[in-house]
Structures are given as C-alpha cells and as structure tokens.
Design a protein around this ligand. Structure first.
Ligand code: CTP
Length: 418
C-alpha cells in the first residue's frame, strides 16, 4: 500500500523535511524508513513532531550527512547507533536498524545491527510496528509485517508476541497509555498476556527510573484522569505504594482537573503548570510523608519535583488560609510554594475564604513589586545597609495591605526609618 495521499495532507514544512531526508538518503546511498509513532499518527491524521527514522546501515554516518545537508546541528547518543538531528519544530531521531536479545526479564536487551524487519519485530505493539519507506524507488510505501494497519483501523492494541510484557514490563504502562489515548481496545490475547504479567508482578522487575519515566508520560497525557482510572483498574497502583483508589480519591482527582482548568482560564499569562505532578500529589494524598519520601527517593524524582511533592503535604496551611487574614499574611503563607502545590491546595479545600485568598495571591499579590530599591534608601541616607531587606519587606507588606500605593508613599514610609 502506498500512503502518498497521506503525505500530501501533511503540513508543507513536514513534507519538505521528509523530501530532504529522502533526497539525502538517495545521494548518500542509505536505506531509510520512517517508523513507530509518527507512522501511526500519520495514518490516524494526528500531528506529531517527532520523526523516528531507522537506517539500514550506520545511522550515525547518515545523521552527519543529513545534518550537513539541512545545515543544522546533530547529537550522538550513548545508546547503540542513535543520534538526533534538530530541525525546528521537528526532532529527527535516527537509529541503526537493530535486533534485540533479552537475557534477563525486565532488564535492557543486548542489541546488534540488523535490518528493518528485525527492527520492527522487536517493537511493542502492532500499531507501532509500521514503517514508511523514504527511499526514492518506493517513496511512502507502507511496510506492514505484523498487521498494524488493520489493527489501527480496528482500533486494537496487540502485542507482537506473547512474552512482550515480560521482556519489557514498561510496556504494560505503555499499553494502557495508548489504549486510553486513542480509545482503543486490547486484543483478547494481549489483555491476557498483560494480566499475566501484572499477576507475575512484572512491574517490579523494571528499574524504578524507567517506571518513573513511564508514569510521568502517562500523567502527561491529555486526559490524566482517564489514565489513572485505567491504571487503577488494570494494574493497581501498588508499584507506587498506593492503595486501590476509592470514591474520595476520584473526587479529589476531579477537583484537581477543575482547579487546573480554573488556573488556565483565570491566569492565561502565567507560566504553564506541570500538571502531571499535581495529579501525583493527589495520588499520594493518603500516603504518609515518610513513606512517600521513601517512594520518591527510590524512583529518583528530580530535585524540584521531590521538593514539590514533599511540600504538597503541608496541607495545614489551608487552616490558616481559611480565615479572614491580611494580604501580607496570605503572601507570607504562600510565597514559598510552587504554583503546582498552590493549585493542589486549591483543589483540596472547600473553604471559600481559602480559595479566595489563593486567587488573590495568584492574581494580585504575587506580581506586586515595590517601586523603590535599596538605592533609594541609600539616597535617603538610611543606615546601615544591612537592614535594607527588613525595611523593604515592611514597606512591601504595607503595600500588599493597600496602605500605600504610589512610589511617593513608599518613599515617605521609608523616611520614617531615618
Ligand atoms: N518502543 C517499544 N517498546 C518500548 C518503547 C518503545 O517497542 N518499551 C518502540 C515503539 O515502536 C515506539 C517507538 O519505539 O513506537 C518509539 O518510542 P516512543 O517515542 O516512546 O513512542 P511513540 O510511539 O513515538 O509514542 P508517543 O506518541 O507517546 O511519543
């Protein structure tokens, strides 16, 4: 089957880039193929900016030629014969066609160079095992050794062989992710193999870092709530130290979703949230701090993520925020928390006052600044410089509380410290 019609539907920037790859392969005598997610998404007509290319031969050499051809940079990776060429907004990942050998369950496989067939055969699901030729003689011919095209049409997730989940248990999470993302079904046997792998506790064989990355990808999907529901139903969350979810957990997750939407609607110019971590905070809600710390350290979350997860346990601040308190107090309570934690608190509380205080913090107090600086205090002759921080803080609190507004008033206030 030839997918030239699909090719003509691609944005022209992507068409041009693919043509260049094809041209370059022809000139340098390499056999290259578009593979994996991009082929799947191209057939589903969903945008994808990550091009995975398999090269029969040395992908590093081809990357060098291609990056020169495009006049852009490229980066070699440590892992076997792989490199990335950046051609904004696209990212081209190139890999030498390879065969994989699994020696130990859950561990990374040994690899050796091979051909396209072997490279597709080692993949997770039929829908991800499709390739498109980028060679002049059969440009955009679909290569479908395992029935991926028909599964895409039938909306089915199917593994290529029965040991797929045992060899690479992260595929359990990937299967759930793709199923929920596309609203597909598992084939009968795929679901059976998946459940067998879950029962064998295969998720426990994988390194925590790989699990963490897959979990993050799940929570970064467009509908994390849906992903979590499926995860809870299919694998359970024990691998995360979390008990099966109950009604109240779902209710909190729904509130998280609402709070994130509220943030996006009300503060469109503020920075984008790392939404995934707010969902994770909700999942860890009932896990005691000490246990959660052990889990996140085991999984090796990044320092910033670790801090956000830990501070999300300081829910006591909600008691303080649920009172009628001065803006300067609201500021003091919330200033050290990251926005993700604040949004988590917002979803946790039912108090109107707390919600209002958070709204004011995000909408007003957080962007308030003094017009005067230390230099102005120096010009006024205030000494010593060591107390400038304290003085400015006091003036700032008055400003937060609406007692002073203009720069003049700030200076007047500063003079009182003379
Ligand atoms: N792959 C696999 N087994 C894994 C991970 C990846 O077989 N455990 C293969 C799949 O063929 C997949 C390709 O490697 O299509 C690229 O992996 P990745 O970029 O993670 O997946 P995409 O399919 O591109 O998914 P996404 O749309 O989420 O980026």
């Amino acid at each position: 089957m030839n997918l030239k019609i699909k090719f003509s539907k691609l944005p022209s920037s992507l068409q041009n880039l693919i043509k260049v790859v094809c041209e370059c392969a022809q000139r340098s005598n390499f056999k290259v193929y578009l593979v994996g997610g991009i082929v799947r998404d191209l057939i589903l007509e969903k945008p994808n900016f990550d091009l995975d290319i398999v090269v029969e031969g040395d992908a590093l050499k081809f990357s060098e030629v291609l990056s020169e051809y495009l006049g852009v940079g490229f980066r070699r990776h440590h892992s076997f014969g792989t490199a990335t060429v950046f051609s904004s907004p696209y990212r081209i990942d190139l890999a030498t066609a390879r065969k994989e050998f699994y020696f130990k369950k859950g561990a990374l496989p040994k690899v050796e160079p091979s051909n396209l067939f072997d490279d597709l055969k080692r993949r997770d699901f039929t829908i991800n095992s499709l390739a498109l030729s980028l060679n002049k003689s059969n440009f955009f011919k679909l290569i479908d050794y395992f029935g991926g095209f028909s599964d895409l049409k039938k909306k089915v997730i199917r593994v290529l062989h029965k040991d797929s989940f045992l060899e690479d248990p992260t595929r359990i999470l990937r299967a759930i992710r793709f199923k929920e993302r596309f609203n597909f079904k598992f084939s009968y046997s795929t679901y059976k193999y998946l459940k067998e792998a879950v029962r064998a506790e295969a998720l426990g064989w994988v390194s925590f870092h790989r699990l963490r990355d897959e979990l993050k990808l799940l929570l970064e999907e467009e509908e994390p709530f849906r992903m979590i529901k499926a995860l809870n139903r299919i694998t359970g969350l024990y691998f995360l130290g979390i008990e099966p979810l109950e009604k109240e957990d779902y209710s909190l997750l729904r509130k998280v979703k609402k709070a994130i939407n509220w943030y996006k609607e009300n503060f469109p110019h503020k920075r984008e949230l790392d939404e995934w971590i707010i969902y994770l905070m909700a999942l860890f809600r009932k896990v005691p701090l000490k246990k959660m710390k052990n889990i996140i350290d085991k999984f090796g979350f990044r320092r910033g993520d670790r801090i956000r997860l830990i501070t999300s346990k300081k829910v006591k601040v909600l008691d303080k925020l649920s009172k009628n308190i001065a803006p300067s107090r609201v500021y003091k309570i919330l200033e050290s928390f990251s926005f993700e934690v604040i949004i988590f608190f917002y979803s946790l509380t039912d108090s109107k006052l707390a919600k209002n205080n958070i709204q004011n913090f995000l909408g007003k107090f957080n962007q308030m600044r003094l017009a005067i600086r230390g230099k102005d205090l120096e010009n006024l002759g205030i000494k010593p410089q060591a107390i400038y921080g304290k003085i400015l803080k006091r003036i700032f609190n008055k400003k937060l509380n609406g007692k002073i507004i203009s720069k003049e008033e700030e200076l007047k206030e500063a003079r009182r410290f003379l």
